[in-house]
Write a protein that binds this ligand. Structure first.
Ligand code: ATP
Ligand code: MG
Length: 569
């Protein structure tokens, strides 16, 4: 029988088919202040509204890398971000200007983003681990009026800042502000805490997020204020947030997950969010969930695999009894990881699919549904997602093709910054937005990810997604992580090649290689088992933690490695 994890309780989305059938985005409008005559601005809805109505509730517990905590109530978040917004205006920054934010995960990062958006600017946050080259690309592309950063980060990009024209103003958080930069504290002090958010139109952009760079040079995705509708649905139905929840999304606000599902979505619902400045560390992560009694946790497959690698006993030292809902997005979630969630966390992990371009979750597993491990779930209410061929014809269930969406969901990008052509590319099949991923749908409407279109392997006349091979490999007890690519081969077109990171306590050997091969051979189609296995210390990953298969593939094929600005150290 097919493996399913039955629902535990219905959650906020009580019945998938009922709600999907009757759903209309306008049903969510009444959740927002603007529908009652308020201002149309994501910052006003996320923060200012609660600053009035639930002012003493904590908006954020911001945990520094050294464990210190700075907590801000919604009243404080509302007032500080107004001061910052007004301070920006007084500096001569105007509506529609881009303001970049290059900061570690600390409270000022969140205040800055909300402040920029509040004054009608376009926030452009990026991950503080990015190096000077990646920052330079973005500065040249986005031509910001100002950059909010900190002394040590400014130092890192000082040369770059001199090279770009027009050169942006620099706002610096903290002490020892370098010459020429404006202290963040001064911007705050110059602004009024009473400043009201700018009234925007639904199509006006509020943020630019650069994509992860898994397939090439990152694209600057422009998202509109209207996205609030779908971020709300993401927080309510996908994350299943409830009144008074404490919520932790582990994504950095430099990535779309870190804002849509990390700040805005949960804040529309008035949840308290946790932010952790430190890097991944299994003990620190579990202890954070224990310390703040996290109810809802949103993370990614890479992080879950790293927790698995840390062993199954560590978690027992912590009290995670407050945890009710676990979600994962950003990469395919292997069935083995879902099983681990049940065994070790005692929780179903709800995989959901989306992209920077889609602005919010589009396909998801919901609390009210069976989970079929390995499937991304079903389209969220209000989104039409199908598997189509090159002409846009819907394919029958089980048939592999392009994962496509009907344009018009609220959080859909409104452009790619500086590239109309690249934007149009997504709509090359009439009537569809083409995601660039390959998938199939089963007869119950569950969607199964195969791989990115570029990663699909053509071997012995068959097409094969790397995901199923990787998922089989990590079921072997010695395998912690794997990446599978097609390696050019005269006879077969391509052969399946696997790169494997072993779990601690295992050494590469010929015997292990054979053992792993035999282990997966019986689990996969005859052409799908890896004919080559290479043991590696680590896999190439993007800064957002995604496996960069294209780098491995290019190496195997002896090609140029392409844009590597997003490669982790
Ligand atoms: P780039 O577009 O620069 O190459 P990227 O596609 O990795 O990078 P993102 O927008 O961060 O940038 O990621 C979206 C992609 O991540 C999707 O197209 C898909 O390939 C993958 N993805 C996201 N969620 C899931 C999921 N739940 N299951 C499988 N894949 C997923
Ligand atoms: Mg992409």
């Amino acid at each position: 029988m097919e493996e399913v994890l039955p629902p535990i309780d219905p959650g906020n989305l009580r019945d998938y088919h009922d709600i999907y059938g009757a759903f209309n985005w306008s049903m969510l409008e009444r959740e927002f202040d603007w529908s009652k005559g308020g201002i149309y601005n994501v910052a006003a809805e996320a923060v200012d509204r609660h600053g009035r109505d639930r002012s003493d509730r904590v908006a954020i517990h911001s945990v520094r890398a050294n464990g210190e905590v700075r907590s801000l109530t919604f009243r404080e978040m509302s007032r500080f971000s107004s001061q910052f917004a007004d301070g920006l205006l007084r500096m001569g920054i105007s509506r529609g200007d881009r303001v970049f934010v290059y900061l570690d995960r600390r409270s000022e990062l969140f205040v800055s983003i909300i402040g920029i958006v509040k004054m009608g600017g376009i926030a452009c946050p990026f991950f503080s681990a990015l190096g000077p080259e990646a920052v330079k690309d973005r500065l040249q592309d986005g031509t910001p009026a100002a950059v909010v950063t900190s002394p040590y980060l400014q130092e890192r990009i000082s040369t770059v800042l001199k090279e770009v024209t027009p050169s942006p103003r620099v706002i610096c958080v903290g002490e020892d502000v370098p010459q020429g930069a404006v202290p963040y504290s001064k911007v705050l002090a110059s602004g009024s805490p009473e400043m009201k958010a700018a009234d925007m139109r639904p199509d006006d952009p509020y943020i630019i997020h650069y994509t992860s760079g898994s397939t090439g040079k990152p694209k600057g995705i422009v998202l509109p204020h209207r996205a609030m509708l779908q971020q709300f649905s993401g927080a309510k139905y996908v994350a299943d947030l409830r009144e008074d929840d404490v919520y932790w999304c582990t994504a950095d606000p430099g990535w779309v997950t870190g804002t849509s599902m990390g700040m805005f979505g949960p804040w529309y619902l008035g949840s308290t969010i946790i932010s952790y400045e430190g890097r991944f560390d299994a003990r620190a992560w579990y202890s954070l969930m224990d310390r703040f009694k996290v109810n809802v946790w949103f993370t990614a497959p890479t992080a879950l695999r790293m927790l698995m690698k840390a062993g199954d006993t560590l978690v027992k030292e912590f009290d995670l009894s407050a945890l009710r809902q676990v979600c994962s997005a950003g990469e395919p979630l292997n069935p083995h990881v879902v099983r681990w969630g049940m065994d070790v966390l005692g929780k179903r992990i709800h995989d959901n699919w989306w992209q920077t371009e889609t602005g919010a979750p589009c396909i998801s597993n919901f609390r009210c549904m069976d989970i079929r491990p390995g499937s991304m779930g079903r389209p969220v209410p209000g989104v039409v997602a199908k598997v189509v061929d090159g002409n846009g014809t819907e394919l029958p269930s089980g048939k592999e093709g392009f994962l496509a969406l009907r344009p018009g969901w609220p959080s859909m990008m409104v452009g790619i910054w500086g590239s109309e052509d690249r934007y149009r590319e997504y709509f090359r099949i009439p009537g569809w937005y083409v995601s660039g991923d390959q998938a199939y749908m089963d007869s119950d409407g569950y969607i199964w990810f195969l791989g990115r279109a570029d990663d699909v392997i053509k071997t012995s006349g068959e097409r094969l997604g790397p995901f199923e091979v990787e998922s089989a490999l990590i079921e072997h007890p010695a395998v912690a992580e794997s990446a599978v690519v097609g390696k050019p081969d005269e006879l077969r077109g391509e052969i399946v090649k696997a790169f494997i990171v072993l779990r601690p306590g295992n050494e590469p050997s010929e015997r292990l290689r054979e053992d792993i091969t035999n282990f997966v051979r019986v689990r996969l189609a005859y052409y799908a088992y890896p004919r080559e296995i290479e043991f590696v210390e680590a896999l190439p990953k993007t800064r957002s933690g995604k496996i960069m298969r294209r780098v491995l593939k290019a190496k195997e094929g002896g090609q140029e490695l392409g844009d590597l600005s997003m490669l982790e150290d």
